[in-house]
Design a protein around this ligand. Structure first.
Ligand code: ZN
Length: 501
């Protein structure tokens, strides 16, 4: 019945709109709300979350989804909307609200314990609640898909279609290649002096330079804005209101630059998806998956934003704005911002070693969910694997297994999407080079400072399609290939061999 579809789409728009309202409150809380305002904002957030949950699981959603027939649907966007809702509703039906409530409670409690444990560098404070949370998440995964491996179900939640069967060989090969590259290039970087990146850069100057980069990348300031927050993020408050944040608290020059290219990459995806009338204002305008979203941010942060060509254009501009860069050549600058070394903290890791941090977490999570790693053994296992995979042994649990907040948030199966983002981004880059007619053409575009040939390509191939095609299908539509680590490894090899001879 066509009416059933119309009903579902209308409800989807309402629920998406409630989500925008929720994002508005979150934005306020993260950027401007006074300390004493937080309590009311929190109450509003939980009320809106309940409204979204109730609307998403209302009986009319089930009856609409059941009544829709394939023949009612006119295009891929409509089919995608129904595909997603049927999946969500099936899952919802299988998971009792008691369990949803329990997980919500555990997440809150685990987060508080994690903060304390990290501060005191004592994993044992976090272990009991983490164990309860893992059990509850496993229980949920088994209810969603009783036949499937629970960790596969969790992977699929964040990256549709992803499983251990795909990731095991992929990450296994990637690890070997990254070790090879790290062993070759980390020693060549060891002597580099990067202290000029921390000379104390003027905050206002940084902010205006970051805005300049956003403008150059094509961020639409009539349909978005930016502010400061403790951790940079991107959020969507409406189809014509997509915002990012940045952080200027430390004196590092490249931290806010890396953040602004990253977050603007996310924002461009959503600003442009919303221009497609078939998906505007619906849940499909938020992009297809965490991994594909991350491929858009990393594409700009690293694959474009750390290249010589990009900085051939940007560096004179930076030197004009920051007198401390006087006397630092473009070469020295590029060597410093691309330096690779084994390190403790994932979020500060360089482009080459970053994915090793993810492979470590993937292997930990797999072990936790197949029972081969017990919760109390997480710190020792983490350190052992860190030595083996990253070639770095954490000095404390705070810089080891307690460094990320994901597990305290019950987000198991999320980490792999970061590394997948790198692999997808390299595949986009390879196809873009093909379509532009060669790598020199891409360099010409970047060094000209007019990036529109790149962003038009992204818009046509990726952004405008929003969440219509599942990751695997989108990748195949654009590149004619399936997921492969080769373009990423070749890109790194080429880049590092040119930089560090
Ligand atoms: Zn991101």
């Amino acid at each position: 019945m066509r009416e059933a579809f119309e009903k579902l789409r209308e409800k989807d728009r309402e629920i998406t709109r409630l989500g925008y309202a929720l994002a508005t409150i979150e934005w306020d809380l993260e950027t401007k709300a006074p300390e004493k305002g937080a309590e009311e904002r929190g109450a509003e957030l939980s009320m809106l979350s309940m409204m979204i949950h109730d609307a998403s699981t209302a009986e009319e959603m089930y009856s609409a989804a059941d009544a829709i027939e394939d023949a009612d649907l006119r295009n891929d966007a409509e089919r995608a909307l129904v595909r997603n809702w049927r999946k969500d509703l099936r899952e919802e039906k299988n998971v009792p609200s008691e369990l949803v409530g329990r997980i919500g409670y555990l997440q809150g409690a685990a987060h508080a314990k994690w903060v304390e444990a990290r501060k005191k560098n004592d994993f044992s404070l976090f272990a009991p609640i983490l164990k309860d949370l893992i059990d509850a998440v496993r229980e949920k995964a088994l209810l969603i898909a009783p036949e499937a491996d629970p960790y596969d179900t969790l992977l699929d939640e964040f990256e549709p279609g992803m499983s251990k069967a795909v990731l095991d060989p992929l990450f296994g090969d990637l690890e070997k290649e990254l070790h090879r590259l790290m062993d070759e290039y980390a020693p060549k970087c060891a002597h580099l002096d990067t202290s000029f990146l921390r000379r104390g850069y003027d905050r206002n100057g940084m902010e205006s330079f970051c805005r300049y980069i956003m403008e150059k990348m094509g961020f639409d300031f009539e349909r978005g804005t930016y502010a400061e927050s403790a951790h940079p993020f991107t959020t969507t408050l409406g189809p014509d209101d997509i915002r990012i944040t940045n952080r200027f608290t430390d004196e590092g020059l490249f931290d806010p630059i890396g953040s602004v290219t990253h977050e603007t990459g996310h924002a461009l995806y959503e600003q442009n998806a919303a221009l497609n009338p078939e998906i505007r204002g619906t849940s499909l305008s938020g992009g297809v998956s965490m991994g594909i979203h991350e491929s858009q941010s990393r594409f700009w942060e690293n694959f474009m934003g750390r290249t010589r060509a990009f900085w051939e254009f940007m560096y004179p501009e930076a030197q004009k704005r920051f007198p401390s860069l006087e006397g630092i050549s473009l070469d020295e600058f590029l060597l410093a911002v691309n330096k690779t070394e084994p390190s403790a903290i994932r979020v500060n890791a360089d482009e080459l070693t970053y994915s090793l941090h993810i492979i470590l977490r993937y292997r930990m999570e797999k072990g936790i969910f197949d029972g081969s790693i017990k919760v109390e053994d997480i710190p020792s296992e983490w350190n052992r694997m860190s030595e083996e995979i990253i070639r770095y042994t954490p000095k404390t649990d705070s810089e080891g297994c307690l460094q990320d907040s994901h597990w305290a948030g019950g987000m198991f199966g999320y980490f792999p999407t970061y590394a997948l983002g790198n692999l997808y981004a390299a595949m986009w880059r390879e196809q873009l080079i093909d379509d532009l007619g060669g790598e020199e053409k891409l360099d010409e575009v970047l060094s000209s400072g007019n990036f529109t040939p790149i962003t038009y390509w992204q818009k046509d191939n990726i952004w405008y399609k929003g969440g219509i095609y599942l990751p695997k299908d989108l990748l195949f539509k654009v590149t004619g290939k399936s997921l492969d680590m080769r373009p990423f490894v070749e890109y790194l090899e080429e880049k590092y061999s040119r930089l560090y001879k």
